[in-house]
Design a protein around this ligand. Structure first.
Ligand code: 3HC
Length: 313
C-alpha cells in the first residue's frame, strides 16, 4: 500500500473513532480546503455581524442596555478572532482570508445583509440570529477538527447570553405600550425568514453537506438544524404574544415537529450573491475599517519583530 493511502487510512480511522484531527495531523487537501472555507466564512460572519448591532450603540434606550450591547459586540469580535486563529492552523494567513472576503471569493452569513431599523431589531437579532447560531454551533462543538470544535465550546457559552439579552429586549417591549409591542412584532416579521435561511439550502440542494457529514465537520444537516430552531422558538414567541409571520406554521403530532411554510430561496440566492439590502454597505465598511487599521497591524508586527530580536540577542 502507498504511503499516501496509509495516511488516508489513519485519517479515516481517526474520523470513524470520533478522534479529533489536529493541525499537525495528515489530512486530505479537500478536508483542509473545506474547513478553511467554512471556518473563515464563520469568522467573517462574526465580524461583519457587529455592524447591524453597532449602529444602535449610540441609540440604546438606557445606559444598562448600551453596556449589554457593547459587551455582546465585543464578544462577537472575540468570536471572530478565535475562529480566524483556528483557521490559521490550517496554513492560511489572516491577510489571505480578508483578501478573499474583499474580493468576493469568501462569503459571510446572509442574515447580516439586512438593516437594523429599530431598537426592537437588536432584540430580534439576539433572540433569533444568535438563537439560530447556537443550534448550529452546539453541533459544531462535535466536529472532527480540534481547533474548530474547541473554539465552539467557548463561543457557545457566550452565545447563550447573547440570545437571552435579545429575548429580554423583546419581553420589555411587549410589556410596554401598543407602539412598543408593534415595534417588536415588526422586527419579528422582518427577521424570522432570514433567520431560517441562516441554516443554508435544503440538504438535497446543499453542495457540501454530504462530504462535510462524512468527515464529521457537519454533525446535523441543514434541515434538521433549521427544524430544531423552529421547534424551540415557537413557544418563546407565544410566551410574549408575538405572532410568527408564517400562516403555514402548525404542530404536526405525527412528525413531532412544527410544519412551516416555504422559504423564499430566490431571496436567499439574491442576498448570498451580493444583492441583499445591505451587502455593499457591509463590505464597504469592512474594507474601510481594514484599511484604517493598517497602522495598528504594522505597529503590532514591528513590536513583535523587535521582541523577537531582543529574545535572539
Ligand atoms: N449565508 C451565506 N452563505 C450561505 C448560507 C448563509 N446563510 N448558507 C449556505 N451558504 C453557502 C455556503 O457557504 C455554500 O457556499 P460556498 O461553497 O461558497 O461556501 C453554499 O451556500 C452551499 O451551502 P451548503 O449548505 O452546501 O454549505 P455548508 O455545508 O457550508 O453549510 C452552513 C452552510 C450551515 C452555514 C455551514 O457553512 C456552517 O455551519 N457554517 C458555520 C456557522 C456559521 O457560519 N454561522 C453563520 C452565523 S455566525 C453568527 O451568527 C454569529 C452570531 O454570534 C451572531
Amino acid at each position: 500500500m502507498s504511503e499516501a493511502s496509509d495516511l488516508e487510512k489513519v485519517f479515516e480511522e481517526k474520523i470513524a473513532a470520533e478522534e479529533r484531527i489536529e493541525p499537525k495531523d495528515w489530512m486530505p487537501d479537500a478536508y483542509r480546503k473545506n474547513l478553511i472555507r467554512q471556518m473563515s466564512q464563520h469568522a467573517h460572519s462574526e465580524v461583519i455581524g457587529m455592524q447591524p448591532e453597532g449602529n444602535w450603540l449610540s441609540r440604546a434606550p438606557t445606559l444598562e442596555r448600551k453596556q449589554i450591547l457593547l459587551a455582546k459586540i465585543q464578544d462577537e469580535a472575540g468570536h471572530g478572532l478565535y475562529l480566524y486563529s483556528a483557521t490559521e492552523t490550517l496554513g492560511v494567513t489572516r491577510a489571505e482570508l480578508n483578501e478573499a472576503l474583499h474580493e468576493g471569493r469568501a462569503k459571510y452569513a446572509s442574515i447580516f445583509n439586512y438593516p437594523s431599523l429599530t431598537w426592537a431589531d437588536i432584540g430580534a437579532i439576539g433572540w433569533l440570529v444568535d438563537g439560530a447560531a447556537i443550534v448550529n454551533q452546539l453541533s459544531l462543538q462535535r466536529n472532527s477538527y480540534g481547533p474548530y470544535a474547541r473554539a465552539m465550546v467557548r463561543i457557545c457559552k457566550e452565545e447563550s447570553f447573547h440570545q437571552r439579552q435579545g429575548y429580554l429586549i423583546l419581553v420589555k417591549l411587549c410589556e410596554g405600550s401598543d407602539d412598543q409591542k408593534a415595534m417588536a412584532q415588526d422586527a419579528l416579521n422582518r427577521w424570522w425568514w432570514p433567520s431560517l435561511m441562516m441554516f443554508g439550502p435544503h440538504d438535497a440542494e446543499s453542495v457540501h453537506s454530504e462530504r462535510s457529514t462524512l468527515w464529521k465537520i457537519k454533525r446535523m444537516g441543514n434541515d434538521e438544524s433549521r427544524q430544531k430552531f423552529v421547534d424551540q422558538t415557537v413557544a418563546q414567541a407565544e410566551a410574549i404574544n408575538l405572532v410568527l409571520p408564517d400562516p403555514d406554521l402548525q404542530w404536526n403530532e405525527e412528525r413531532g415537529h412544527y410544519d412551516f411554510g416555504d422559504i423564499d430561496w430566490d431571496e436567499f440566492s439574491r442576498v448570498v450573491s451580493g444583492n441583499g439590502p445591505c451587502n455593499r454597505e457591509r463590505l464597504a465598511q469592512h474594507k474601510k475599517a481594514h484599511e484604517e487599521g493598517e497602522w495598528v497591524r504594522e505597529a503590532m508586527s514591528a513590536y513583535a519583530e523587535r521582541q523577537l530580536g531582543t529574545e535572539r540577542e
